[in-house]
Design a protein around this ligand. Structure first.
Ligand code: MG
Length: 159
């Protein structure tokens, strides 16, 4: 099959005393995401979309949070591993579309750096990495700044 599509979603709690990593970029904020790795919700959603496109399971299967070697790991390494998995299956990324849902901080100033970090790992152009942001109008856990969510869709094509 020439093309395969995948989708991913990820959630993390926000807590004081943690760095906030999003799209491979550290963002200054009074809270950060809690997780076994660096808890980069956007990269995790993209990892799941890549894996999903080729029916390769999910990020928890490949990088279990019971494995101490993944403790506080840079999620860019996980994204690279997922990219390697799809490359090994003979596929390459066409484009990524994603949305991060959070109340604060405003991430727009950091989007070009995130696009660059992700495009570099996936060996595509910056124009192939879409990162959108929304709030929930102060509703629910994201609106209360208790956590954040990211959604990603990827298209792969056979090399
Ligand atoms: Mg995660």
């Amino acid at each position: 099959m020439a093309y395969r599509i995948g989708s991913g979603i990820d959630f993390h709690r926000l807590t004081e005393g943690r760095d906030l990593w999003l799209g491979g970029v550290q963002i200054p904020h009074y809270k950060g995401a809690l997780g076994h790795s660096d808890a980069d919700v956007l990269l995790h959603a993209i990892c799941d979309a890549l894996l999903g496109a080729l029916c390769l399971g999910d990020i928890g299967v490949h990088f279990p949070d019971t494995d101490s070697s993944f403790k506080n790991i840079d999620s860019k390494i996980l994204l690279q591993k997922c990219k390697d998995l799809i490359s090994a299956k003979g596929y390459e990324v066409v484009n990524v579309d994603s949305t991060v849902c959070l109340e604060l901080p405003k991430i727009k100033p950091f989007v070009p750096a995130m696009q660059a970090a992700i495009a570099h790992i996936l060996t595509v152009s910056i124009d192939d990495i879409s990162i959108k942001a929304t709030t929930t109008e102060k509703m629910g856990f994201a609106g209360r700044e208790e956590g954040l969510v990211a959604y990603a869709t990827v298209l792969l094509q056979k090399k």
